[in-house]
Design a binder for this molecule. Structure first.
Ligand code: SAM
Length: 345
């Protein structure tokens, strides 16, 4: 569990407020980029406290924008702060913050979705996976269109122990749309249980820390926001490759309202589908009439382990793609239709 850290371990010299920086550099939020800023430093302090003790820590902040969260991270007394910001308009304001905390801040004008974090921090910070997490934290309030694909990419990195997790079990404190945060932390049996819940909770301890009402942002977004903290687990709950777990979990949830049998069928080619689905469910000891949201983590583990054995016996199974089969069937049908049209003479 994240231990809320103390704020204000380091005092920044007097600076213009975040609101003044926005005016000074004309940083109007761009709606099409879903930019919503946090100006209240008590709130940004509260977000940063969810990351735990940050004194002398190494932190990467993603999407710092006008720098509200950045100030709170610096005030927590970090050793180094790496800022990754895609929008060039924010760089001068961030440089001003960097000058106020000499030698602590590195600014990268780039895209977090492609930025390689493997070399971002000194090697001596590396910890063994089984040890306590390294003194490296990722913190960010990103647009929702970026935070969801990013967490999926980082979960894959957790599973492969690469990217930011080359240093060990790097912790992340990130914001999401409230409903997405509820899915990330949903328990089995709850209607919110989804692909995101299983993919995140089988690899990490995931905590929904608190909700930030939409009106706390400038401009106010349509939705509320929640802060979520992730700590990678020493042992994933499902010990199979990321791609395999993702394939099984995705197939289960593609027909959310039906029995789980219906989604799992799509793992198998038409020829022998029923027999193989029955074999999978029986060996994994899963009642085929359960709905996807009623499945527990151990159901998913059994399904993944059994599917893995079936793929080992028949390697063509893993590359089988249900959607591709449907697409080809459709194409064949329309080809047949067009060739059987009477020709005009
Ligand atoms: N963190 C600031 C705050 O809380 O006030 C700004 C939040 S605003 C919702 C999101 C920020 O992320 C913007 O500054 C935006 O330019 C930046 N951003 C968006 N996509 C990004 C990406 N792919 N890589 C890095 N930064 C990104």
């Amino acid at each position: 569990m994240a231990v809320p850290g103390k704020a204000a371990a380091f005092h920044l010299p007097p600076l213009p407020t975040v609101g003044e920086i926005i005016k000074l550099f004309r940083l109007k939020a761009q709606k099409q980029l879903s930019q919503n800023f946090l100006l209240d430093l008590r709130l940004t302090d509260k977000i940063v406290r969810q990351a735990g003790e940050l004194k002398n820590a190494y932190v990467c902040e993603v999407g710092p924008g006008p720098g509200g969260i950045t100030r709170s991270i610096l005030s927590a007394g970090v050793e180094q702060l790496l800022l990754i910001e895609k929008d060039a308009r924010f760089i001068p304001g961030l440089q001003m913050l960097s000058e106020a905390a000499p030698g602590k801040v590195r600014i990268v004008h780039g895209d977090i979705l492609t930025y390689k974090m493997e070399k971002a921090f000194p090697k001596h910070l590396k910890k063994n996976w089984e040890d306590e997490p390294p003194d490296i934290h990722i913190i960010g309030n990103l647009p929702f269109s970026v935070s969801t694909p990013l967490i999926i990419k980082w979960l894959e990195n957790v599973s492969k122990k690469d990217g930011p997790f080359i240093y060990g079990r790097t912790q992340m404190t990130l914001t999401f749309q409230k409903e997405v945060a509820e899915r990330l932390t949903a328990n089995p049996g709850g209607k919110q249980l989804s692909r995101l819940s299983i993919m995140s909770q089988h690899l990490c301890t995931v905590e929904n820390c608190f909700v930030i009402p939409g009106q706390a942002f400038v401009p106010k977004p349509e939705v509320d926001v929640a802060v979520v903290h992730f700590t990678p687990l020493v042992q994933p709950k499902i010990q199979q490759p990321f791609e395999l777990v993702e394939k099984v979990v995705q197939s289960v949830f593609q027909f959310r309202r039906k029995y789980c049998f219906r989604g799992l069928e799509t793992l198998f080619p038409e020829n022998g589908r029923l027999k193989r689905t029955e074999q999978l469910m029986m060996t994994a000891n899963v009642d085929p009439t359960l709905r996807p949201f009623q499945l527990s983590m151990s159901h998913f583990r059994n399904l993944c382990n059994t599917y893995r054995k079936m793929c080992d016996e028949d390697p063509s199974l893993f590359v089988y793609n249900y959607r591709e089969e449907l697409r080809q069937k459709k194409m064949r049908k329309s080809l047949c239709k067009s060739t059987s049209q009477p020709q005009q003479i």
